[in-house]
Design a protein around this ligand. Structure first.
Ligand code: GCU
Length: 330
């Protein structure tokens, strides 16, 4: 079942109009449903609205995108399953979540694989890395459209963390991703996979002692109300990814496919611009909320997770990407 609504004209009257005008084919506006788990105040929601506007403009209104925020259509995992069955058209997820659906995304999830933001952007734009990974999942039921900056991920916890030793015995929420679980075990914490939407309550009720994410989780999602320490160890830069169901993709005209990809590229650039400003603002807000920002020596964290890098180099699916990412580190 495909969620494409015929919104421009009623089918019967369009056919009648078509035959009256002698037109051999009529075009209908299609509306694609796009699900994501972010807040309407988040930069990613703005980037997705921007994407939707661009698609409409580039197709002269032939293709529309309706954005459903706040996990209204399900968790990230559920959205991906709906995408695979064709019951949903598009979703914004991230490389961590997608790793369980297409192992190629695991290349982005190796801790400390990116030196800095520029290295990260070079990898996303590279034909041998980012662009190849976007098209690697067609056989798994979805196609990658675009990447979005989601900053760097850091711990936020109910007690201060200065080194991996402080994480011992702490229950830390992770995304349902093999790499995230492995990373947490190597750092000495006990990983607890949970959907993002359940995290505030889990922190509040001390089901978990902490989590890890960009600073927006602390402010926009108010996790800083229930976890007062933010440790800037910068263990990962996990891109957000906009994907489309293979079933929907195959039904789009070549012109509309090109418009979707071009809108995706523009949305990536738009997000790059707004993300930097957002992060600076949110850091100030976190401090105002009474969250202590802890800067640490990253070396012990890097050492703890080093085995993941060696393992990745032996993994036939991700090794070529990992090698290519390293080669871009100049
Ligand atoms: C980031 C990411 C989300 C993801 C979340 C998480 O905020 O943008 O897509 O759901 O991390 O940790 O679950």
């Amino acid at each position: 079942m495909l969620n494409i609504k015929k919104t421009k004209l009623h089918v019967a009257s369009a056919l009648l109009l078509g035959s009256l005008m002698g037109a051999s084919s009529m075009s209908f506006a299609e509306t694609l449903k796009l699900s994501h788990n972010g807040d309407t105040k988040s930069p990613v929601h703005k980037a997705l609205k921007f994407f939707a506007d661009e698609v409409q403009e580039k197709t002269d209104g032939d293709l529309k995108v309706r954005v459903y925020p706040n996990g209204q259509l399900g968790t990230q995992r559920e959205s991906l399953e709906l995408l695979q069955s064709g019951a949903l058209d598009m979703a914004k997820s991230n490389a961590s979540e997608l790793e369980s659906f297409d192992p190629a995304y695991g290349a982005f999830n190796i801790p400390y694989i990116f030196r800095d933001r520029e290295h990260f952007y070079r990898a996303l734009a590279s034909e041998d890395v980012g662009q190849k990974i976007l098209s690697s999942s067609e056989k798994y039921g979805f196609v990658g459209v675009a990447y979005f900056d989601a900053g760097s991920r850091n711990f936020y916890t109910s007690k201060p963390v200065h080194s991996p030793a402080d994480l011992k015995g702490m229950k830390i929420r992770v995304q349902p991703s093999p790499s995230a679980i492995k990373m947490m075990e190597l750092m000495g914490a006990s990983p607890t996979p949970l959907p993002f939407g359940e995290l505030y309550t889990a922190l509040q009720q001390r089901v978990v002692d902490g989590a890890e994410n960009n600073i927006g989780a602390v402010t926009t999602y108010r996790h800083g109300e229930v976890a007062k320490y933010y440790t800037r160890d910068g263990h990962a830069m996990i891109p957000d990814v906009l994907v489309i169901s293979t079933k929907t993709w195959e039904k789009l005209s070549d012109k509309n496919k090109a418009a979707v990809l071009a809108a995706g590229k523009d949305a990536t650039a738009y997000m790059k611009k707004i993300w930097g400003e957002y992060t600076e603002e949110e850091l100030k807000k976190a401090t105002k909320m009474g969250v202590e920002i802890i800067d640490v020596d990253k070396d012990p964290f890097i050492k703890a997770v080093a085995p993941m890098f060696q393992e990745a180099e032996q993994n036939p699916v991700i090794a070529p990407y990992v090698k290519a990412i390293k080669a871009l580190d100049k």
